[in-house]
Design a protein around this ligand. Sequence first.
Ligand code: SAH
Ligand code: SF4
Length: 347
Amino acid sequence: MTSEIKKIIEKPELSRDEIIMLLSVDSEAESQLIFEKAFAIKNHIHGSKIYLRGLIELTNKCLKNCYYCGIRSGNKNATRYELSEKEALQAAVLAWEQGFGSIVIQSGELKSEVFASKIERLLQQIHHKTNNELSVTLSCGEQTLDTYKRWVVAGAHRYLLRIESSNETLYYKIHPNDQMHDFQTRLQALHDLRTAGFLVGTGVMIGLPEQTIAHLADDLLFFKNFGVDMVGMGPYLEHHETPLFEKNHLLWSESTRFQKSLLMIAILRIMMPHINIAASTALETLNPLGRQKGILAGANVIMPNVTPLEKKINYDLYDKKPHLYNDTEKIVQAAKQIRDTNFLNGG
Ligand code: SAH
Ligand code: SF4
């Protein structure tokens, strides 16, 4: 088996069966072979550099009702907030002053004209205040092609919209089966984003109830076939006030979800050497060194949270979200420490 793994990771193209075989490894030694190959590819293509993207959680107000998410509109216990333009701008400037090259503005899915124009103004102000030196990624859910175009014109560069699962049947097990959560609409949104001029990122949750290794292999092939520019993916983590919490008995153990998440990163790096891959914050919920291990498995981006402390405590996607009570200074320091670690010497 080990010699077969060694052979597969050297191939320029992986078949579905080969991806399934890599995702199925469970020995430490075999996983390590895959991680080391992916890390070597990352270093060869991207150098030892790790990119920091400051994450601004603009609002936890959301019109949607995804079954896994703690800020879904149906969760009446969520305390809702929305950063003012001034607060969001301050967070962006802080990231810039810290030397970050880019930020991510993320939010629940709001579709009003008020929201679209708020983002538009915010983009313009951010570029004005930061000498056009910040690259901006948006992650604000499904919008119209026209809205995407407006945001590109206002200066957004990238857009992150996870497909969550590329398997339609599984998609409807984690979302209501209605017009607002339509699988085809989500796929179309990814195409519209590209049409609008964005660099497009997507991703999935790993270890969802009823998800199989074959689903995950198909997710990786989906990223490859779409030709995504970046991927942010991480373990599914339960939130006690969501419908999916009732399926907890079906979940893989936390350590399996963690291990499969690292394998997903590593195999994707082998399949798509040039793209940006984030070591998600959710990895850290399952292991205090989660992000570092993500980098050692081939990720090259981390996203420290720069949202003001008193607001972000309510951006409650899943239980046990890391750094919830840490202030920005501490978070930025920890992220810079990871960036400046010499991983080539074993971390
Ligand atoms: N509303 C936007 C962006 C905010 S949600 C959107 O949905 O696209 C950002 C991401 O958080 C989602 O794409 C989802 O993959 C992730 N997320 C939500 N709930 C989660 C959970 N319980 N466990 C792990 N990730 C979760
Ligand atoms: Fe809203 Fe995004 Fe959460 Fe779905 S995942 S409920 S769209 S914030």
